[in-house]
Design a protein around this ligand. Sequence first.
Ligand code: R5P
Length: 304
Amino acid sequence: MVFSGSANMPLAKRTCSYLGIEIGAAEIGRFMDGEISVKINTNIRGHDVFIFQPTFAPAENMMELLIMLDAARRASARRTTAVIPYFGYARQDRKDQPRVAITAKLVANMISAAGADRLLTMDMHSPQIQGFFDIPFDHLFAAPVLLEHVKARGWRDLCILAPDIGSAKLGRAFAKRLGADLAVADKRRPRPDVAELMHIIGDVEGRTLLILDDMISTGTTLCEAAVAARRLGARAVYACATHAVFAPGTIERLDQAPIEEVIVTDTIPHNDLTEKFTVLSMATILGEAIRRIHEERSLSSLFV
Ligand code: R5P
């Protein structure tokens, strides 16, 4: 049985449609003071329950997930899986400055304490966050769907640009699968949400460039990389990222950047995208993973 919070009902419905089931009946409401209330409106005693909720900001989304997990546990679900297509708060995953929090560990503790028996997520900011959990954890990749789209475009002289060292591994995997070259940008973050691009390592002159990242937050990383690449003679620049976090102003910023197309997925919903954006659905991958978890089958073939 799949229930969804209110963060991304369209993707939850598409996933259920792939599975050929109705989304579970639940009421997600607000008390007059704004507190969240959840009521699961059907018997789930002894059932295999999936709670679908990406945890992008505001923190209400996270809170809804926790309350739904608690409701499922108290209703005697046999097993509850938190399905979190976008795992928020993952970027603060280590103490890289004095007196900062490790929010990725904090939310891992909260999700486990709320009653999740297992977790299903996609393209985490850093996969080692899996180790913050002591419950089974399935980590999916958007790559099969993204690669199919890029291959169909048939771009010639393709070079993948990893916009920072952190995304170089993902970039290398894509370059290998596409028979493309890899370039890497040297990005610095003088402070949060500000990106400065120092150099591009690799030859991008005359190439079609695909900038690849796990997420787009303010879009600064992509814009800086696109401007630098064009300055260095790239013929055309495209961008691709799994999670369209899109802080306020990002859509306009990307719309004005020297980028031909921005390819993202529907892990985070948006209603105000322009023609520059292509949104690929993760419903099939998520649905297939849910089916296989329920049937106790291997998920490995979803990773290739
Ligand atoms: C950073 O390590 C991530 O992979 C992304 O590059 C980053 O979150 C993008 O942020 P923004 O769009 O604000 O530059």
